[in-house]
Design a protein around this ligand. Structure first.
Ligand SMILES: NC(=O)C1=CN([C@@H]2O[C@H](COP(=O)(O)OP(=O)(O)OC[C@H]3O[C@@H](n4cnc5c(N)ncnc54)[C@H](OP(=O)(O)O)[C@@H]3O)[C@@H](O)[C@H]2O)C=CC1
Ligand SMILES: CC(=O)[C@@H](O)[C@H](O)COP(=O)(O)O
Ligand SMILES: [Mn+2]
Length: 379
């Protein structure tokens, strides 16, 4: 029986993780659940999965949950609570499905506690990849990617040594506005931006996909997870999201992973690793699809992706600031305070003002993150 803690259980990845767990109750048990403000859903999940501990974003939310839950379920809150949920239960695997860099400290705590990490929260690696990976190496901790592209690459690599790999190819759907010109992006609405062509996901990542920031975050995530130089990470537009990513080997053999766009597949892979189990989803029928299309990435059209590569190459706090400024800009766009193209403007302006630190410790990372949030909030 694998014991699992799910951080971000009420979100898109969190609910799909619980769905996978529910379909294999003889293999998985839930030890901890953590969410932000959705008390109703968290309580429902806790009643169904009977974890030892649940965590909510605030004291008030935790008090409300405690009133509704049986006394033997411990209810905690805030960042300390998240750390407890990540590290202080008997979980073997911690699924990090929080959105944003809020996941950093709890991920580090889970690594320190010797947990295997099922990593959905890409912002963690973008914010402090060098710290997370060094900590994981020192503690001999396995990080299993859940992000679909990285799960694909992990499966394609299948443990191949670095000298056999030419490059990683990340596929990108192009997002909600892939068929619009830059000119046509001026007046797009939040509602339109939230219509991803292939995936049903949380609001923040759906906007990131439309700006191509998501692919930028994923390039940086791939750099850290697979120890791959940026010059050997390529992004290819693939509108159908059927090929989730691929690896080109030195003999020019190209190995890809395919499947319908359903996150329960990479989630199920991380949960079942090193084996595989049936996933509650439908099989891929290529004949029904007929064709798969590919386009060259256009870095003029998707300037945020070029910016992400530049920050990744610069390293240090540049990627921390890129991520934090983006979190604020996206939240402001969703709140109707900024236009869609302002996200890019905010990112460019904050990064221009930032004085990067090359090998920041955790305190410096958190300082840079706070500085960028403040800067992005005022633009
Ligand atoms: N959705 C997808 O298909 C994919 C997502 N990812 C990545 O996975 C991560 C999660 O994405 P997604 O599931 O879409 O996001 P959602 O917005 O759907 O869910 C986010 C989760 O985080 C919780 N949360 C937010 N703020 C806090 C907080 N302060 N304290 C505790 N919990 C908090 C939310 O709780 P509540 O709702 O209760 O407030 C919710 O459970 C992101 O990093 C994303 O980039 C990667 C690949 C695919
Ligand atoms: C499902 C998943 O992993 C997302 O990150 C997805 O890849 C978003 O799609 P695009 O960023 O390619 O539009
Ligand atoms: Mn992805």
């Amino acid at each position: 029986m694998k014991k699992i803690a799910v951080l971000g259980s009420t979100g898109s990845i969190g609910t799909q993780t619980l769905d996978v767990i529910e379909h294999a109750p003889e293999h998985y048990a839930v030890t901890a659940l953590a969410a932000g403000g959705n008390v109703g859903l968290l309580v429902e999940q806790a009643m169904r999965h009977r974890p030892r501990l649940v965590c909510l974003g605030t004291r008030e939310a935790a008090q409300e949950a405690a009133r509704l839950l049986p006394g033997h379920i411990r209810v905690v809150h805030g960042e300390e609570g998240l750390i407890e949920a990540a590290a202080a239960t008997e979980a073997d695997l911690v699924v990090t499905a929080l959105v944003g860099s809020i996941g950093l400290r709890s991920t580090l705590a889970a690594i320190d506690a010797g947990k295997t990490i099922g990593l959905a929260n890409k912002e963690t690696l973008v914010t402090a990849g060098h710290l997370v990976m060094a900590r994981a190496k020192a503690r001999n901790c396995t990080i299993l990617p859940i992000d679909s592209e990285h799960s694909a690459i992990f499966q394609c690599l299948a443990g191949a040594p670095a000298h056999e790999v030419n490059k990683l190819v990340l596929t990108a759907s192009g997002g909600s506005f892939r068929d619009r010109s830059r000119e046509q992006l001026r007046d797009v609405t939040v509602k339109e931006a939230l219509q991803h062509p292939n995936w049903a996901m949380g609001a923040k990542i759906t906007i990131d996909s439309a700006t191509m920031v998501n692919k930028g975050l994923e390039v940086i995530e791939a750099h850290w997870l697979f120890d791959m130089p940026y010059d050997r990470i390529e992004v290819l537009i693939h509108p159908q999201s059927i090929i989730h990513s691929m690896v080109e080997f030195v003999d020019y053999s190209c190995v890809a992973q395919l499947g319908n766009p359903d996150m329960r597949v990479p989630i199920g892979y991380a949960l079942a690793y090193p084996g595989r189990r049936p996933t509650p989803t439908s099989p891929l029928r290529l004949a029904e699809l007929g064709t798969l299309d590919f386009r060259e990435m256009d870095y003029e059209r998707y300037r945020c992706l070029a910016l992400a590569f530049a920050c990744g190459r610069q390293g240090g706090t540049a990627t921390t600031v890129f991520n934090a400024a983006n979190e604020v800009a996206v939240a402001r766009f969703l709140a109707g305070e900024l236009a869609f193209l302002d996200i890019e403007r905010v990112l460019e302006t904050v990064l221009e003002r930032h004085v990067p630190v090359a090998t920041p410790d955790l305190a410096t990372i958190e300082e840079a993150d706070a500085w960028a949030r403040n800067a992005a909030g005022g633009l």
